[in-house]
Write a protein that binds this ligand. Structure first.
Ligand code: SF4
Ligand code: SF4
Length: 250
């Protein structure tokens, strides 16, 4: 079987998605047998050879003109362009905050910051066509391995689009929302993490984005019943949604 030529790129990100893959230490040796790593910022200093690529994994949101250019070039080189993590899918937590970017850069970097060419973080899909999207902040390492494994064998990965609640039921967890009255977003959040947080008694924060057919209006009402204010609910429901308040009911 020919090796997959894979490049990992980061745009505006915290590198947490890369770490998620690198943390799969037991599987990395097997992965290396099927994958030629052309570039991977946190794992290799090997320079990109500039040739065509089978798979490009990209983490982070787009927040500078130079990142748009890099994204376009990689789109042309890649057979499979895969957005990795909440920042790439929706803008993620990068997109939080109402302060304009110029002011933010000056606050962080001083006067030099005012020279930076930046704009509010955007998801990749606003600029290029994506072949696959792996949700999560960060995504599950096993899910990233599954994507590479499926593409290596000429198939497509199975990425669930049902709600985290389904995985809670499979694990026979108590319902945090109904039985412990915690503001859990499991009913509207996309599964795939094996209900990682509720299994530890922690309410789901929605890091994997919306589940298909998520009834956000009903989730909003349930959280109101718990005594949360509308503003607090909106903040919780849009934390990983790139500030997309339009999608939150009512
Ligand atoms: S999705 Fe989360 S872990 Fe990944 S780069 Fe963005 S903030 Fe970091
Ligand atoms: S339970 Fe919710 S917050 Fe926790 S990892 Fe899964 S989707 Fe993310």
């Amino acid at each position: 079987m020919a090796k997959l030529r894979v490049l990992y790129e980061r745009l505006t990100s915290c590198c947490g998605c890369q770490l998620s893959l690198l943390n799969c230490e037991e599987e990395l040796t097997a992965l290396a047998e099927g994958v030629e790593l052309v570039a991977f910022p946190m794992a290799s200093s090997r320079p990109d050879d500039g040739r065509a690529l089978d798979v490009v994994l990209i983490e982070g949101s787009v927040s500078a003109p130079e990142e748009i250019r890099r994204l376009m070039v990689l789109r042309r080189r890649a057979t499979w362009l895969v957005a990795v993590g909440a920042c790439a899918l929706s803008g993620g937590i990068n997109a939080l905050g109402s302060v304009d970017r110029g002011t933010l850069c000056t606050r962080v970097y001083g006067e030099q910051g005012s020279c930076l060419e930046v704009f509010p973080p955007q998801p990749l899909r606003r600029f290029v066509t994506l072949d696959l999207q792996v949700p999560g902040c960060p995504p599950e390492g096993g899910e990233l391995l599954g994507v590479l494994g499926a593409l290596l064998r000429g198939g497509l990965p199975a990425l669930p689009d049902f709600a985290v609640c389904m995985e809670c039921r499979l694990r026979e967890n108590l319902c945090l929302l109904q039985e412990r009255r915690l503001p859990c977003l499991g009913p509207v959040t996309r599964a795939g993490c094996q209900a990682r947080c509720p299994s530890l008694g922690v309410a789901c924060e929605g890091c994997r984005g919306w589940a298909a057919e998520a009834n956000r209006g009903e989730a909003f009402r349930l959280l109101i019943d718990l005594g949360l204010g509308e503003g607090e609910i909106r903040r919780r429901m849009t934390r990983f949604a790139g500030g997309d308040h339009e999608t939150v009911m009512p």
